[in-house]
Design a protein around this ligand. Sequence first.
Ligand SMILES: [Zn+2]
Length: 101
Amino acid sequence: MLYKKIPGDPQARFYTSKCKYCGKPYIKFQNATKFCSDTCRYYSDLEHTEERVRKHRKNHSKTDNYWGLGTGYLHGTPKNDFEDEHAAIQSEYRRLKIPAK
Ligand SMILES: [Zn+2]
């Protein structure tokens, strides 16, 4: 139906509903509306983003090697000082949980 629903129009359909964020009852003019105001929608979006990010981080921390094979903190160019290079290799062993020799 191509009928533009205007709030205040007696012909407009409206529904009463509870806001999904603050829980207050309000009148809505579109069935898909879930929040009483833009502020409630904004804060609800923020909370859901937080939740989603937390879930994502939790899922990825479960995998032992998040960055995949073939990556490490050792670079192509070795350090000039042998002691420094040795320390870097030792710390890489610890990071990758490989028993050091
Ligand atoms: Zn609300």
